[in-house]
Every structure is written in structure tokens, then in C-alpha cells.
Design a protein around this ligand. Structure first.
Ligand code: C2E
Ligand code: CA
Ligand code: CA
Ligand code: CA
Length: 278
């Protein structure tokens, strides 16, 4: 009987390693994380090169796991999307980002937009506009201080994406295209979509000083945004040389480790104090 028990256990153990059981565990853990408030937001400032002022803040989710410590989004967001848990998680992020931004405004910090990353599932859901309107009402944040980041892959169904974007724009929120250049991009739709800003992906910015192709791509995206009347920000800016290149090529805004990594709310307040003129 003992032998039998052992082999059953071994089979069970082997099964535990199977993808579906792992997923079940992660799903339960994410539900617990929501209930126990294990998620938190980090904040990364966006800087205007000319003035050194903070002109925006991106909210980035973190999972403070009781045993594993701080879990980065890449280790759970894709699964949350797959399992549908991105719904409640995304709602929490939206609410928390708006609540925090409103709190900062009431504490007297300079008013800047807060950017929230949307997953494709959130973007394509029919009630997104209502949810965002509700969150703005509940938190009291003015719509102009919320920016939504979507990716190119979400805009492949052009008609649907256009109507989603128009809905959002009617609320008064800003919309930016994240990771620009890495997805399926059609320049034609760029001018049709009611978007405000392009975020140049960090994979292009990383090698601008060494790879002439990347330098050309980045310079071209910047000049294109000027002609299309879009704002532009470069992501993943880590060195002063990259900063200078971007400035010379008339990119006005940067985000990256050079200025600050994503930080907890309290540290963000110190940065706001130091880098904003109300
Ligand atoms: P993202 O939206 O492209 O966010 C930028 C990522 O680059 C962040 O990673 C940030 O920490 C990192 N980063 C910022 N500056 C630099 C730099 O100078 N150099 C380098 N190498 N990296 C830099 P993070 O926070 O780990 O987030 C990864 C991705 O997870 C995000 O990429 C976004 O796609 C997703 N994500 C984060 N928060 C959320 C969320 O609340 N909802 C959804 N749906 N996705 C999220
Ligand atoms: Ca983003
Ligand atoms: Ca990005
Ligand atoms: Ca505070």
C-alpha cells in the first residue's frame, strides 16, 4: 500500500509540473493577490528635456508576493490576460492610478497626466468607456490627467479600434501608442486614429549611439510625429548621450533610467517636489 501511495504521489507530482496545473496555481495566487491587496503601483516619471521638468508619470504594476518578493509584470500579466483575470486587475490599476494622481493634485503637486497600460482584452471590451468614466467620477480626477497606453497589435481591427478610440477621446482622456515600431504598424492608420502620442520603443533607443539604422529609425519616427502633429516620447533612455541625440533630433520628452527608474509612490513625491514648478 505504501508503494502504491508513493507512485500515486509521483504521478501527481509529475502532473504538478504540467502546464495546466501550474496555471491553476497561478490563477489561485492571482485571485488571492487581488483579495489580499498584494498588488501595488510603481511610478516612472516622464521628463521634458528642455526644462528638466516632470511632464507625465507612467503607472507600472508590481506584485508583492509573500514568499517570492517583488514579481515583475512580465511574470504574471501575460497569464492574467490569458485567464481573464486582467479584467479585475486592470480595473484595480486604473482606479489606483487615478486615485493616486488625484491625491497628488490635492496635496499641491504639479498636475500631470498619469499613464496606464491597457491590455488588449481591456481595450476591446465594450464597457471600457463606462468603466473609465466611472473611475474618473469615483476618484474625482479630471479626464485630461489620464492617459491610456495601447499597443499597435490592439488596432489591427481598424474599424473597431477607431470606434473604441473615439469613445475614449470623447471622455477627454489622452491616448498613446506604446512600444511604437515593434508591432504591426500602418502609417496610413496612424493619421486616421485619434491618438495623441507615440512612445518610441526602448529596443530602438537602446543602440542609437552604435547602430546607425536604429539612429535613423528613431530620427525618422520623431520627424514623422512632428508632421502628423503627434507628441512623441522616447522610452528606455539610459545615458546622457542618448538624451543628447534625442534632443538634437527634436524629441521633447524622455522616460528611462537616466532620469529615474520606476519608483514607489513616496519616492515619486520627492521627485515631483524637486522637478516641478507649479
Ligand atoms: P512598458 O509599458 O513598455 O513599460 C516600460 C518598461 O520598461 C517597464 O518595465 C520599465 O521598468 C522598463 N524601463 C523603464 N526605463 C527603462 C530603461 O531605461 N531601461 C530599461 N532596460 N528598461 C526600462 P516593467 O515595469 O517591468 O513593465 C514591463 C511591461 O509590463 C510594461 O512594458 C507593460 O507592457 C506591462 N505592464 C506593466 N504594468 C502594467 C499594467 O498595469 N497593466 C498592463 N496591462 N500591463 C502592464
Ligand atoms: Ca507602457
Ligand atoms: Ca513601452
Ligand atoms: Ca502622500
Amino acid at each position: 500500500a505504501k508503494e502504491r501511495g508513493k507512485s500515486t504521489y509521483q504521478i501527481y507530482n509529475a502532473d504538478m509540473k504540467s502546464v495546466s496545473l501550474k496555471k491553476l496555481t497561478l490563477e489561485n495566487e492571482l485571485r488571492r493577490a487581488l483579495a489580499q491587496q498584494e498588488f501595488l503601483l510603481y511610478y516612472q516619471p516622464q521628463m521634458e528635456i528642455e526644462t528638466g521638468q516632470i511632464v507625465g508619470i507612467e503607472a507600472l504594476i508590481r506584485w508583492h508576493h509573500p514568499e517570492r518578493g517583488m514579481v515583475p509584470p512580465k511574470d504574471f500579466i501575460p497569464f492574467a490576460e490569458e485567464s481573464g483575470l486582467i479584467g479585475p486587475i486592470g480595473d484595480w490599476v486604473l482606479y489606483e492610478a487615478c486615485r493616486q494622481n488625484k491625491a497628488w493634485q490635492e496635496e499641491g503637486y504639479l498636475h500631470v497626466p498619469i499613464s496606464v497600460n491597457l491590455s488588449s482584452r481591456q481595450f476591446l471590451k465594450h464597457d471600457l468607456k463606462t468603466r473609465i468614466a466611472d473611475v474618473l467620477t469615483e476618484t474625482g480626477l479630471d479626464a485630461q490627467y489620464l492617459e491610456l497606453e495601447i499597443t499597435e497589435s490592439m488596432t489591427m481591427d481598424v474599424d473597431h479600434a477607431t470606434s473604441c478610440l473615439l469613445d475614449l477621446k470623447r471622455l477627454g482622456v489622452h491616448v498613446s501608442i506604446d512600444d511604437f515600431g515593434t508591432g504591426y504598424s500602418s502609417l496610413y492608420y496612424l493619421k486616421k486614429f485619434p491618438i495623441d502620442k507615440l512612445k518610441i520603443d526602448q529596443s530602438f533607443v537602446r543602440d542609437i549611439m552604435t547602430d546607425p539604422n536604429d539612429a535613423a529609425i528613431v530620427a525618422t519616427i520623431i520627424s514623422m510625429t512632428r508632421h502628423l502633429n503627434l507628441k512623441v516620447i522616447a522610452e528606455g533612455v539610459e545615458t546622457v548621450e542618448q538624451l543628447q541625440f534625442l534632443h538634437q533630433n527634436r524629441c521633447n520628452e524622455v522616460q528611462g533610467y537616466w532620469f529615474s527608474p520606476p519608483v514607489a509612490a513616496q519616492r515619486m513625491e520627492e521627485l515631483l517636489q524637486r522637478h516641478s514648478q507649479a
